[in-house]
Each structure stands twice: as C-alpha cells, then as structure tokens.
Design a binder for this molecule. Structure first.
Ligand code: DHB
Ligand code: MG
Length: 216
C-alpha cells in the first residue's frame, strides 16, 4: 500500500507539480524552517489553483498563510482586479511571504491580515460576500470558519478546506495523534459540509484530504 502510494505521489510530482523559481523559493524557505509538512504540496496547490480558475473566483478569503504558497497559487488564478485576503496569526510569516513573492505580479492582488483569524473575519464581514474561502489553519477552529463561510460565501461560491482527513484520524488510522477537540471538530466539519444542505460537496482524497463545497 505504502509503495503504491509513493509511486502515485512520485508520478503526480513528476507530471503535475511544475514549480517556478518563486514557488520553489517559498518551498525552500518552509523546508529551512522545518514547517514544510504544514505547507500544501505542489499538486494540492495545483488543485486549489484549478478550482479557483474553473469557478472564475474574484474575491477570496484564505485562512492560514504560512509562507504564501497557496496564497500565490490562488492569486495567480484571479483576474487582474481580483482580491485575496489572507489571514495568519503569525505576522512574521506573512512578512516573509510578502518578501518571497514580491517579484510576482499576482502578489499585488493579496491583502495580508495578521492576527487572530476570528478577529480578522469579523472585520471582513464588510467585504462580503466572497467567491471562495480556503481554510488551512487551526484545525480546532474549522467549525467556526465553516459557520462564518455559511454566512459570507455567496451562492455559487467555493468552500475548500485542507487537512480534512486530519492525518488519518477521522477514519481511525491516525499518523499522528490529534487533540480530542481537533478530532471531534473535524468529524463534525465534514459531516456538516456533507449534510447541512447548504453545499454540493465532496472530499477530494488527496494525501491530506481536501473537502470542497459549492454553496447552494
Ligand atoms: C498541520 C497543518 C497543516 O495545514 C497541514 O497541511 C499539515 C499539518 C499541522 O498543524 O500539524
Ligand atoms: Mg494544511
């Protein structure tokens, strides 16, 4: 099973994971800081980019910036006048993200909002409704982020959430032990997206799990 999965990942990496110098420099920085496990992989970034492009989103919220890999993948899918508001508790990470992507013309579409996501989301109500919300931050807060999205995502808008397998824990094969809170929150998150009646949804079975929904 593991061998098969590795061959599959390698194939995806070889064929659908082209990274240019800027994306590579962001990945290198995450590796240097030992947080590359928290960063979206190249093919997952490709999926997020593809979805943003397919649904022609213009106004996006991203919860969890880290060093801006997915921010840039989304920003590149936006039209010239598109806007991405990206939130992260760590101001220093966002400063680094800005510096790493400054040469990219799409970086101009990104607004960096440092600090508590729940506080930033409160302020972002003024910009609603949004065409897309990408959730990739504190796993114990996914339900708060979902309930905000239920209100401020437009009809036809796209919900995307990373790590919704919670490292295997939601189906009983954890690769690392999550907190009890994160586990109950993630199970409830997926259940609500699937059954609330607010979304057409599925869970794309990437390595980490990518729950997606289109708001009805
Ligand atoms: C963690 C967070 C992520 O967003 C991710 O993709 C992988 C791991 C974490 O906090 O452990
Ligand atoms: Mg993630």
């Amino acid at each position: 099973m593991r061998t098969k999965e590795t061959a599959k990942s390698l194939y995806l990496k070889q064929v659908f994971s082209k990274e240019d110098d800027i994306l590579r420099s962001i990945r290198n920085h995450s590796e240097k800081e030992n947080v590359s496990y928290m960063q979206i992989s190249a093919y997952e970034g490709g999926i997020v980019h593809f979805l943003s492009k397919a649904l022609q989103v213009k106004k996006v919220v991203e919860i969890g910036t880290l060093y801006g890999y997915s921010s840039l993948m989304i920003a590149r899918a936006l039209p010239e006048d598109g806007q991405l508001f990206t939130l992260d508790i760590e101001q220093k990470s966002q400063e680094k993200a800005k510096a790493l992507m400054q040469e990219d013309p799409s970086a101009a579409k990104i607004h960096f909002l440092p600090g508590s996501a729940l506080e930033s989301l409160e302020k972002l109500k003024a910009e609603a409704p949004f065409d897309m919300i990408f959730i990739d931050a504190d796993k114990g807060a996914y339900l708060d982020y979902l309930h905000w999205s239920n209100k401020y995502l437009k009809s036809g808008g796209l919900l995307v959430a990373d790590n919704t397998f919670l490292f295997g824990a939601v189906y009983g094969e954890p690769e690392k032990e999550p907190s009890e809170k994160a586990l109950s929150v993630m199970k409830q998150f997926n259940k609500e997206v699937a059954t609330s009646g607010l979304y057409n949804s599925t869970l794309i079975p990437t390595a980490e799990g990518l729950t997606v929904g289109i708001k009805k």
